[in-house]
Design a protein around this ligand. Structure first.
Ligand code: PMT
Length: 397
């Protein structure tokens, strides 16, 4: 998440958004009212490919700004004016960006930009020192000619320096750089006739979060996804499929390359026995559909896993741990991530999930309700420690 505040250096946010997206980041921009006097939200929305959040966004009952800050991996504020730094240092929540600063639980990077005397003022220095003690990383400012014509400290740090700082903070772990992670996500569509299909309520959010996290941690990542409204994550090899049979073919085709398989997809267990070539017409009589079982892709993968780490998911509506353990054993999995999809905030289509991770040694790790990206992190932490156990290798590339 990039906060842009009202300094003349706000025009450099255009270059910054471009550089961040080129480096592979998904950027959500938040602009203060005064930043919008220097550069338009339309420019930054076009470059970031997401709507820009402004103070008006806070007046939305769905609270998209809070969802965005909870999903963010890092909050970068560049340029950060003296006024903004003071607001942050004193915990004010009087506009959207100040509120998001307080709501942000991820690392914060500030790139100050202001006139030299303002920057040297003890108030600004004390505020920056206070923010540092809370864990904020301050990048810059650079010294040089300022907009006022004066020379001194206060120029926004070079874009390259900001990107480097963000990269260091976002990717401290490259602990999956020796892995090829194959993730499945979303539902499958099993066509019934040319206009109808059998499916599930899966959105793809859980699997996409796993793929994003794996890629961020250095893995070559392959995402095989059923139909989803989500955009393919950057830096991930993406294969879109519709049916369970297509998903099976895509997974088996890439299996030889993969060292880790994580199956978050909700694969339809059945498909219609016969494809009906023209639209079923309405009749005043019951309709019976004949369904045949789809192959269990995960079971096939588990049966030929070799040195691979295989992680399944289990979507349950009761007896969570017992049923998930049966699947773990039957499908020869290393780990299974079980979610009770009847629970509030868990399972299908929501931003969060509450999961229990079971392992082959009988271990049961219950995680609290977390954003799906954090659930993904915890699953991949387990994959890394399993790899260390199996090979004694740290996976650092
Ligand atoms: O996509 P979201 O909206 O974010 O929702 C996330 C989720 C609820 C779909 C996800 O968290 C989840 O639980 N995914 C697994 C859903 C599922 O199909 O569970 P299952 O218990 O029926 O299957 C067990 C495992 O076998 C799964 O890893 C599944 O991918 C796999 N399977 C199942 C059937 C089949 N024919 N082939 C398979 O590979």
């Amino acid at each position: 998440m990039l906060g842009v505040t009202g300094s003349i250096a706000a025009y450099k946010a255009v270059e910054l958004v471009r550089a961040l997206t080129t480096a592979g980041a998904d950027v959500r921009v938040v602009m203060t009212a005064s930043a919008q006097r220097f550069v338009t939200p339309l420019t930054l929305a076009t470059l970031s490919r997401y709507p820009v959040l402004t103070d008006e966004s806070a007046w939305d009952a769905r609270m998209p700004h809070l969802a965005a800050v909870h999903e963010a991996d890092l909050l970068l504020v560049a340029p950060a004016t003296a006024g903004r730094i003071a607001r942050f240092a004193h915990g004010l929540a009087d506009d959207l960006l100040s509120t998001l600063f307080l709501a942000c639980t991820r690392p914060v990077v500030l790139a100050p930009a202001m006139d030299a005397d303002m920057y040297r003022h003890p108030a600004v220095q004390e505020n920056l020192a206070r923010l540092r003690t809370w864990g904020a990383r301050i990048v810059g400012p650079a010294t040089g000619e300022l907009a006022s014509g004066v020379r001194g400290p206060g120029r926004l740090a070079e874009i390259g320096e900001i990107i480097q700082t963000v990269t260091e903070m976002l990717c401290p772990q490259r602990d999956l750089s020796s892995e090829v992670v194959l993730v499945t996500a979303g539902p499958t569509y099993e066509p019934l006739d040319p206009v109808r299909y059998l499916s599930s309520r899966a959105s793809g959010k859980m699997g996409y979060a796993v793929a994003k996290e794996a890629a961020a941690r250095g893995a070559r990542t392959i995402l095989v996804s059923g139909p989803s409204a989500l955009s393919p994550p950057r830096g991930v090899e993406f294969i879109g499929v519709e049916t369970a049979m297509q998903m099976r073919a895509a997974v088996l085709d890439r299996l030889a390359a993969a060292t880790v398989i994580i199956k978050a997809a909700a694969v339809s267990d059945y498909r219609p026995a016969h494809r009906i070539e023209s639209k079923l017409t309405k009749r005043d009589a019951p309709l019976t559909l004949e369904l045949v079982p789809n192959p269990d892709i995960l079971r096939e993968v588990g049966a030929q896993k070799g040195a691979r780490i295989v992680v399944g998911f289990a979507a349950e509506t009761g007896e969570l741990v017992q049923r998930a353990r049966q699947k773990l054993v039957a499908k020869h999995l290393d780990l299974i991530v079980a979610n009770d999809v009847t629970q509030e905030g868990a399972g299908f289509a929501c931003e969060t999930n509450r999961v229990v991770i079971l392992d082959q040694d009988g271990g049961v790790e219950e995680l609290p309700l977390l954003p799906k990206r954090q659930v993904a992190r915890r699953i991949l932490d387990r994959v890394v420690s399993l790899r260390q156990q199996k090979t004694g290798c740290t996976g650092q590339g």
